[in-house]
Ligand binder design. Structure first.
Ligand SMILES: [Zn+2]
Length: 280
């Protein structure tokens, strides 16, 4: 499926969700509309997908299963703010970055670890003095950041990815917030893909025994954690996992996050940047 077909599939859900555009990017002389889907509700879940173009399962799950997703959300009065394909030209070519090769594209925060030294990622336990919203990067990320930052902090945020390096049919997740809340989701996902427990996923970054990673990597997940969102995760399935199984895993987590959002207290403190010290 190319981006035009994806956009059509998403727009065909008008009536189930409000379909709008939050911007447009031009790559290789072609204009790509940046789509956003909204389902109204009382407490909000933000779902993002398609930062990395070689990870198509998230956008495809959203396009194919939006009616069921919207129905689950409406049942629980959870509003959905969905950004289904953040990097359209990458999706089109199945390349990680956009057609201009701008990277990295899931880059939202910087941490000051000593006066004047700012880093995009913290090693586990690394102290820092403050964090701030990053304002540069690829055009797609620059288009998305102010839209997200203008929204009230949601009750939950789920970012859907895939892992193009790990061999085999696996799933794992970068998470912040209480891990016990995510354990049932990982158990349910295990019916469709093996949980990548206690294994390296990135340099010296490892999953724990349940397939969870705690990593302050400056990503959108980290950004939402710093904004006080109680449930925030980046879900991974390997690209070696059959697409149908990826859909099942993605739907387990989407439904789970709708339920978590329904029960969550939305954060009352806006914590986009901080002058306080902390650790990762
Ligand atoms: Zn990714």
């Amino acid at each position: 499926m190319n981006y035009r077909q994806l956009a059509k599939a998403l727009c065909d859900h008008r009536g189930i969700a409000e379909v709008g555009e939050y911007g447009e990017v031009v790559e290789s002389g072609r204009a790509y509309p940046l789509l956003r889907l909204t389902v109204p509700g009382k407490r909000w879940l933000v779902i993002t997908a398609g930062f990395h173009g070689e990870e198509p399962a998230g956008p495809l799950t959203l396009a194919r299963h939006l009616p069921a997703i919207a129905a689950w959300a409406r049942e629980r009065q959870v509003g959905l703010s969905i950004f289904p394909c953040i990097n359209p030209s990458g999706f089109e070519a199945r390349t990680r970055y956009n057609a201009s090769g701008e990277k990295p594209n899931n880059d939202f925060l910087r941490y000051e670890t000593s006066p004047g030294t700012w880093k995009g990622e913290l090693r586990f336990g690394e102290p820092f003095t403050r964090h701030a919203l990053f304002h540069e990067g690829p055009k797609e990320t620059r288009a998305l950041r102010p839209v997200l930052d203008a929204l009230p902090a949601p009750a939950a945020a789920l970012d859907i990815h895939q892992d193009n390096w790990m061999v085999g049919r696996h799933t794992y997740a970068y998470v912040f917030g209480p891990r016990r809340a995510y354990l049932p989701l990982m158990r349910a996902a295990e019916a469709h893909a093996r949980v990548a427990a206690s294994c390296a996923v990135h340099d010296d970054v490892w999953t724990d025994g349940h397939g969870f990673v705690h990593y302050n990597d400056g990503s959108i997940t980290d950004y939402y954690m710093r904004r006080g969102v109680p449930y925030t995760a980046a879900l991974e399935t390997t690209t070696a996992t059959p697409l149908e199984a990826c859909h099942r895993v993605n739907l387990v987590w989407i439904r789970g996050f709708i339920e978590l959002a329904a029960g969550a207290q939305a954060p009352t403190v806006r914590a986009r940047s901080s002058s306080g010290s902390g650790t990762s």
